[in-house]
Design a binder for this molecule. Structure first.
Ligand code: SF4
Length: 448
């Protein structure tokens, strides 16, 4: 048999195949040099005081340490700029979070913003948010933020009830919050978000309803509601162990609170678009749309404990401020861990993060990966549909109210490969003093 004899090819194909895929269209040329959509996040790990429930990597703001940190932050940003690492990204959103960015002088925060905006490709209508807390946020600061291009405020109000604020160990009181809301409006922000915490020991359903009503009455465009988690190694956990907290409501009541939050806010005109997030129409944050909602885009985080997703890599900076500053001082990237996501993980990520924002479009998956999600996650999707966690709405997969309750379980159903069973890299750094830590261990040892 000669080499030219074939049972499957009648003719030898002589085309010179130079590129692939070859289903090219004139329309496709429009996106050849289109920069990638992106968001930036800047972490400010300082607060006026440390709240008793806080499990974040933060410390009290002090002169020299704050300056040293800001210097590291500038140098980290400059590393990215100098190397042109973000040259092919267009930023539709920026977020100053923490911690409490408003503990900085306005000029300190705005100089970081200027550094970013002078060097990166920022969309003219980019959403730029700063998280603020009472006590550190004044009318002068607010005016400087507003004039400096901060066009959205996220305010850590937490409750309109002093009893709840005291249990949480917040340093502010309701009168402080009322003052901040007055300032926000006076300066001219129309787009602002309030954080509310519920499920606080001793809090009644009526008190929660009152918080939601008063939050809506402020006219805020966005409300984020978080159910309290008493995190280990916090002052709140210590007080709980010492029997110093009011009695916590039974689990059924706490679960009922989840429904009350969703129902009440819907009644006030807020649409739930994320597990914790409610917005007036058109005020869903760009930050969530880029970082979490499917299809996700690129996301760069600066500062200690910040995480990023750039060029198919997920990476997290050192959580400890000192380790972060040391890496920068040594001329290194302050990245503690990183991984290049393979194609299976990219597809998985689409759903893992996407379900947190309740609606996962099939069309985005198909255009991103060229395959129907059912071909990849058929059995998972079927199980979640059959168990009432997900439902189909048009071409989208949508989380049901049951699915919202089990959102992390649903999310983890899409984990693949070596990620299955692995927990998130721990960002938690205890804020307890050595004395509190000793007390904590004694109390927990006594309870065993
Ligand atoms: S809960 Fe927020 S405001 Fe309170 S210490 Fe933690 S980061 Fe700061």
């Amino acid at each position: 048999m000669s080499v030219s004899d074939s049972e499957i090819f009648t003719n030898k194909d002589n085309e010179f195949i130079a590129w692939y895929p070859n289903a090219l269209t004139p329309e496709g040329s429009a996106s050849v040099w289109k920069p990638r959509r992106a968001a930036y996040y800047v972490h400010i790990p300082f607060c006026t005081a440390i709240c008793d429930y806080c499990g974040f990597s933060v410390e009290k703001a002090k002169g020299a340490p704050t300056e040293r940190y800001l210097d590291s932050l500038r140098r980290e940003i400059e590393r990215y700029i100098k190397d042109g690492r973000l040259a092919n990204h267009r930023f539709e959103c920026g977020h100053f979070g923490g911690g409490t960015p408003s503990v900085l002088e306005a000029s300190q925060l705005l100089s970081i913003k200027k550094l970013l905006h002078d060097s990166l490709n920022i969309a003219p209508d980019a959403e730029i948010t700063a998280e603020v807390n009472p006590i550190s946020f004044t009318l002068e600061k607010a005016q400087a933020y507003y004039d400096g291009g901060i066009n959205r405020i996220s305010f850590g109000l937490q409750s309109f009830n002093d009893k709840v604020l005291k249990v949480l160990g917040r340093p502010h009181r309701v009168s402080d919050s009322e003052e901040i809301i007055k300032i926000i409006r006076q300066v001219g922000w129309t787009n602002y978000s309030l954080d509310i915490i519920y499920g606080v020991p001793g809090q009644t359903m009526e008190e929660l309803r009152e918080d939601l009503k008063r939050a809506a009455d402020t006219g805020s465009t966005h409300i984020s509601c978080f159910r309290l988690q008493v995190v280990p190694y916090t002052a709140l956990k210590l007080r709980e162990a010492a029997g110093q907290l009011p009695e916590q409501s039974p689990m059924e009541v706490l679960n009922e609170m989840d429904h009350v939050v969703a129902e009440a806010l819907a009644g006030y005109g807020y649409r739930q678009y994320g597990v914790f997030d409610f917005a007036k129409p058109g005020y869903e944050t760009v930050h969530n749309a880029i970082a979490f909602a499917a299809p996700q885009a690129d996301y760069i985080g600066f500062g200690n404990s910040a995480y990023s997703f750039i060029n198919q890599h997920v990476f997290v900076n050192y959580a400890q401020k000192e380790a972060y500053e040391k890496a920068i001082a040594e001329g290194k990237d302050p990245i503690a861990f990183a991984k290049k996501a393979n194609m299976q993980e990219m597809m998985s990520r689409y759903f893992v993060l996407g379900v947190k924002f309740l609606r996962v479009p099939r069309s985005g998956f198909i255009s991103e990966f060229g395959v129907e999600p059912e071909k990849i996650f058929g059995s998972v999707l079927e199980r979640l549909l059959n168990s009432g966690m997900l439902k189909r709405d048009g071409d989208d997969y949508v989380l049901t109210s049951k699915g919202r309750y089990y959102v992390n379980n649903v999310s983890k159903e899409f984990y693949v490969g070596e990620n299955v069973g692995k927990r998130q890299y721990l960002q938690f750094v205890s804020n307890l003093s050595p004395k509190q830590m000793q007390e904590y261990h004694q109390l927990h040892a006594a309870r065993r």
